[in-house]
Design a protein around this ligand. Structure first.
Ligand SMILES: Nc1ncnc2c1ncn2[C@@H]1O[C@H](COP(=O)(O)OP(=O)(O)OP(=O)(O)O)[C@@H](O)[C@H]1O
Ligand SMILES: [Mg+2]
Length: 267
């Protein structure tokens, strides 16, 4: 069974893209077959794995708007060992408007994923945009599992209410949706802010897990500049070790049912 996992948070800069890439690299290191899907018009993931956006004939934009197109036709190789990608393109920003007239516009990604033969992959990891729009709703409808990367920042907790409201609303469209929980990212070891955030998450969402935290490190941005994962760039760094733990966590933990998350939201 192919597992579909989205890294999702409408807040910008919470390390969604970094985590999709490096969790993917860590799963691949464990011998898993990984497909990444970039659903962000910024195309950061696409560029970070060495794909030339300007040279693309087709992208996930075409996938969403052309019902006859299959995922297989869009897959491109990446600079990451054993990892393939469905690329994004800045055109995807227009999909928001263009999907308005498409019947069942929230289900387009889901339909394409259901129609695809994904048996060549153990994991499909989706990088979400920093928004709660039709693209992100397509992700919530199509994915099996959610991971919420969250960085220690005063605004991080404030956006969660709306996030859970949206998740609860799409439940009707995707009863399969499950939640792994929060992935604390950019965590400075001695930071009061990080410790407070983690404590508040434990209090407010006692039924949701906290995945192994990712330490703050400039190496993370350096590896992105090298168009590779931090696992290849600095295999022995603390960030690499943390993403290996995240991969192990994903492989060994069952995500929580959505009812649990909804209960958390009600608190
Ligand atoms: N562990 C880390 N330590 C330090 N910096 C990091 C770490 N992880 C990510 N970053 C940096 O934080 C910034 C945001 O990361 P990233 O692009 O992955 O977030 P994002 O949630 O995908 O952003 P967006 O919402 O714009 O899509 C980038 O500059 C990235 O290099
Ligand atoms: Mg991103």
């Amino acid at each position: 069974m192919t597992r579909i996992i989205a890294f999702f948070n409408q807040k910008g800069g919470t390390a969604k893209t970094t985590s999709t890439l490096n969790a993917g690299a860590a799963l691949a290191e464990r011998g898993k077959r990984v497909l990444l899907i970039d659903l962000d018009p910024q195309a950061s993931l696409t560029m970070a794995v060495g794909v030339d956006v300007a040279a693309l004939d087709q992208s996930v934009y075409d996938l969403l708007l052309e019902p006859d197109l299959t995922i297989a036709e869009l897959i491109v190789p990446t600079t990451l060992r054993d990892i393939q990608l469905v690329p994004s393109h800045p055109d995807l920003a227009a999909a928001e408007l263009e999907l308005i007239n498409v019947p069942e516009r929230e289900r387009q990604l889901d339909y394409r994923l259901r129609a695809a033969d994904l048996s060549a992959y153990d994991y499909v990891l989706i990088d979400a945009p920093p928004a709660l729009n039709i693209l992100s709703v397509n992700i919530l409808v199509a994915t099996g599992e959610l991971v919420i990367p969250i960085e220690p920042h005063p605004l991080s907790l404030m956006v969660l209410r709306r996030l859970f409201e949206t998740i609860t609303r799409v439940k009707r469209l995707n009863p399969r949706l499950t939640l792994h929980g929060f992935l604390p990212t950019k965590v400075h070891a001695n930071s009061r802010l990080a410790a407070d955030m983690i404590e508040t998450l434990r209090e407010q969402f006692p039924d949701l897990a906290l995945l192994p935290a990712i330490p703050l490190s400039v190496k993370s941005a350096e590896s992105a500049a090298e168009l590779t994962s931090i696992l290849e760039y600095m295999p022995r760094s603390t960030v690499s070790a943390a993403y290996r733990q995240v991969a192990e966590w994903i492989e060994t933990h069952a995500p929580a049912e959505l009812a649990t998350a909804a209960r958390s939201d009600a608190r």
